[in-house]
Design a protein around this ligand. Structure first.
Ligand SMILES: NCc1[nH]cc(CCC(=O)O)c1CC(=O)O
Length: 320
């Protein structure tokens, strides 16, 4: 069977959110496909789709995301458009994706992974260690909040939402003294002017799939499948398979403090994973290796052991 390639007369429709980071990821996907199949830019159409999560009136209120409810907040409208055939493929930050896709859709193509680390960003101090008692750190990530408070209980965390540009403005305005951003996002946006310090995974284990771009398609769309196969990065797939199996086994959403990082060395996969109490008062971590092919099994066993150790109620908020 031959693959039907897109053309200017019949372009491949790439769905994406409209944030600068989402657009950068869509452009990267388009240029990889152009290179792989020697296609012109106008053989592709970038289709921007507004999601519930992009709705400012809904999101910019002071309510934390966990109260609004976040299941598919940034993906539902995009997936609906794909099921209805208004777009052919969709480009996502894998960090924001649930471990299961709706019926009829599949998410098995990953671009080579960017830097997985979090960055410490501040306009007033050089490092976390320099923040004084009671200093405000802006973050809307339950994981980063819990990890920060676990190591630095003398700091305060304030809700900090919006895209990278909005958060940088808040720092400039003194709303907080520091924040965390994914290195991958800063790199993809070319924001080399932002003062940032990459945090090693020993100090802040990243979110599952951080730094990875995934491309979703209709399961029965074999032309798109063949095209995406050409730009898929196998090692990224092996790493995400383990990390996402860990997340799935913990039944976590992005509103649960869970972190994991898989790394490859020859035939070996090393998986580090942790769960924290939301207030940071407790952290349970593991660090194991297995053959790459056994990555998912390793992740499931690790998740089971961490859950056992955590016991019931571990993820409940414990008011001070
Ligand atoms: N949840 C928002 C989000 N989703 C993906 C990224 C960054 C890029 C990536 O991790 O792939 C970000 C912003 C951030 O965490 O700073």
């Amino acid at each position: 069977m031959t693959t039907q390639l897109p053309s200017p007369a019949s372009p491949l429709k790439i769905g994406t959110r409209g944030s600068p980071l989402a657009l950068a990821q869509a452009y990267e996907t388009r240029s990889r496909l152009m290179r792989a199949f020697s296609l012109p830019e106008d053989a592709f159409e970038i289709v921007v789709i507004k999601t519930t999560g992009d709705n400012r009136a809904m999101i910019d209120a002071d309510r934390p995301l966990k109260e609004i409810g976040n299941k598919g907040l940034f993906t539902k409208e995009i997936e609906d458009a794909m099921i209805e055939g208004r777009i052919d493929i969709a480009v996502h930050s894998m960090k924001d994706m649930p471990t299961e896709q709706p019926p009829g859709l599949i998410l098995d193509c990953y671009l080579p992974r960017e830097d997985t680390r979090d960055a410490f960003v501040s306009v007033t101090v050089d490092s976390l260690q320099d923040l004084p008692e009671g200093a405000l750190v802006g973050s809307s990530s339950l994981r980063r909040r819990a990890q920060l408070l676990n190591k630095f209980p003398h700091l305060e965390v304030v809700e900090f939402r919006g895209n990278v540009q909005t958060r940088m403005k808040k720092l400039q305005d003194g709303v907080a003294q520091a924040t965390f951003l994914a290195m991958a996002g800063l790199n993809r946006l070319g924001m080399s002017d932002v003062a940032r310090m990459a945090i090693p995974p020993e100090d802040m284990l990243p979110a599952v799939a951080q730094g990875a771009i995934g491309i979703e398609r209709r399961t029965d769309d074999l032309d798109s499948a063949a095209m995406l196969e050409a730009i898929h990065d196998g090692p990224t797939g092996q790493r995400l398979a383990a990390e996402r199996a860990f997340l799935a086994a913990l039944d976590g959403s992005c509103e649960t403090p869970i972190a994991a990082l898989a790394e490859l060395d020859g035939n070996t996969l090393r998986l580090r994973g942790e769960v924290l109490r939301p207030d940071g008062s407790e952290r349970i971590a593991a660090d194991r290796t297995a053959q790459i092919a056994d990555g998912a099994a390793l992740a499931e066993a690790m998740a089971r052991d961490l859950l056992d150790e955590a016991g019931p109620g571990f993820f409940e908020w414990r008011e001070a």
